[in-house]
Design a protein around this ligand. Sequence first.
Ligand SMILES: [Zn+2]
Ligand SMILES: [Zn+2]
Length: 424
Amino acid sequence: MRILGELGEDVIEIARKITNEGSICDHCLGRQIAKISSGLSNEQRGKILKEVLREKEGELKEGKCWVCNGLFEHLEYWVSKALEKLKDYEFDSFLVGTKVSGLLLENEELLWEIAGASYAEPLKAELNREVGKRIEHETGKIVDFKLPDLVVILNLWTETVELQVKAVFIYGRYRKLKRGISQTRWLCRECRGKGCERCDFTGKMYPESVEELISDSLREEFQGEEMVLHGCGREDIDARMLGSGRPFVVELKEPRRRNVDLRMAEEKVNEEKRGKVEVRDLRYVNREMVAKIKNAKMDKTYRIEVELKTKVLEEEVKNALERLSGALIEQRTPTRVLHRRADLVRKRNVHSARLVSIEEQNAVMEIKCGAGLYIKELISGDEGRTKPSFSEVLGVEAEVKELDVLDVDLDIEVEDVVNREAVR
Ligand SMILES: [Zn+2]
Ligand SMILES: [Zn+2]
């Protein structure tokens, strides 16, 4: 036998010591010399070693393996347990992991004391691979070491199979058509979510959020446990988000489905949340996209309805906006956000400003500005903290009555995850 020459006396000696200790299965014997020869499974290595030993010194002890306690003879038990769990989930790739019990860890240590561990592979590596191969065979899905959709954990302590499910990330843009909707769930300040009189026992500051409205429909499609919305900035609660919408990424946690037709999902959201929220341009993306949109700088276009405290000629309003167009604004942190931001002077750009209409003391204007400009203060001047301001340039007190965001210009590329359908 050619393999015998390759194995050498030291390997035979290892095998002799182990088999003298008690009966051992092919898997456990073979994995003790896993690092010596390649191209064979541990089971095959074990079989060959046993043949060699039998030739040299007669029959070996028979019975349940003293190292794995018969684990490898009952692989099907774990495979079927895993398949039972997996049947509720849609996935393309997976990985198997094992939590080894104390008894088996002790056996393993004992084994290494007897035979040395220089060529050995741990029990869990063998179990992960063998169960993985069988699941691949049964399901046609592939083992992925890097970024599997599912991690199947064989818990030998509790004799159960646990699943870790990779979240699905979806990029899109939302339009908020109604005022008074917050971007994300906002816990009641008073009770921190427990429910009290102030919040009418909802635990929330505002009854509705874009996050919850979208989540309702999407969680149903993906059969996920939870959905989190990461917005690319946020508009005020009383501002609508119109135009092309605001970029966002949603994270769907523990989804049972992950190959949802996004055009259909989009229609479902828009149908169910008509008049409140709309989504568009939904695409599968990677987790990295969350940080990207969080850090993105974007220009914004606002439609603003402004109340002028004194009657002013249309020409004067036009001139004031003309002067703001292209101006560099020095903006000290607005008083209304001082409680959460450092008191600094920031320089921000107004790219363009134009009057849309004016009626009595109500002016409607469109202003496009760079990232981070507080628009309400650009109009009012915030008692001199924002300079120049519309109010200052016009020489008349002015206040924002209503605000809509018309456009958000994103300065990053959105990379699609490779189309899943195309891979198959
Ligand atoms: Zn064994
Ligand atoms: Zn409350």
